[in-house]
Design a protein around this ligand. Sequence first.
Ligand code: CP
Ligand code: NVA
Length: 314
Amino acid sequence: MVTASAQLKGRSFTRVADWSASELERVLDLADELKEQQKRREPHHLLPGRTLGMIFQKPSTRTRVSFEVGIAQLGGTGLYLSAGDLQLGRGETLKDTAMVLSRYLDAIMIRTFAQADVEELARNASIPVINGLTDSSHPCQALADVLTIRERLGRLEGVTVTYLGDGNNVCASLMVAAAKLGMNFRAATPSGYEPSSEAVEIAREAAAESGATVELLADPREAAAGADVLYTDVWTSMGQEEERERRLRELAGFGIDQELLDVAGTSAIVLHCLPAHYGEEIAEDVLYGPQSAVWDEAENRLHAQKALMALVIS
Ligand code: CP
Ligand code: NVA
């Protein structure tokens, strides 16, 4: 059993960028252990009696259920807090919310719009704050993604990950995690859909340290050639619903179908953070096909987040 040492206790996880490669690897190692224990139905109550508050300002299937089940499996309790039902929805500040919730809870998970709101909550909370997705990042998803890649391919260093489509929140966190962990990252997007320059800069700095590469490309076939992992996400993220028609037009040709997967080869795996839209960013036969690791990836949200909670919650 990997010991959840004191070093990470109390730390927030708001951006992959703030965690070192070895800290991220500790989460992955503990996740592997906890996954094994869960499969063997061995109790692993690392957080007895602790309570996680989960604030949602956007819908969720995976994040909500995996956090709520995860904290329960660790011996604690999850509390779903719809932002609209909190006083936050009537103008109570994030600062006061953070200060009050810190008196009741042992950690807060928040899914919201602005990254700055998560940072503000973390600054004012005396307990760890975990980012469950913002408009610009999805760090817990990136943990599950790299966990799945390591599990399937047996390594991270030197693996080539190609992300196709919209260079969004999921792309940004995966790119930074990949660069930190020594994976070569390519994003193939139409013009105007590149990952944010801030995320690219952070990833390139991390890649310079780890020896990895970060490439921005415009041709899906060029990006898929030689890739070990093809990754995609929805073309219309939460909050962008009014842009859907334009996005469908402009992102056409950047989805993963069997023809593109054949360019990567038979040993490549396919990932998608879900929810999926068949025939848009991913073809239905690829999603359910033999090279898809998507369902393991979804499951790994649970194991990765349990490890994260066990490491940061006191
Ligand atoms: N991938 C992911 O975060 O899914 P949910 O929106 O269902 O939580
Ligand atoms: N990019 C998507 C991810 C959903 C899990 C969104 O933000 O809606």
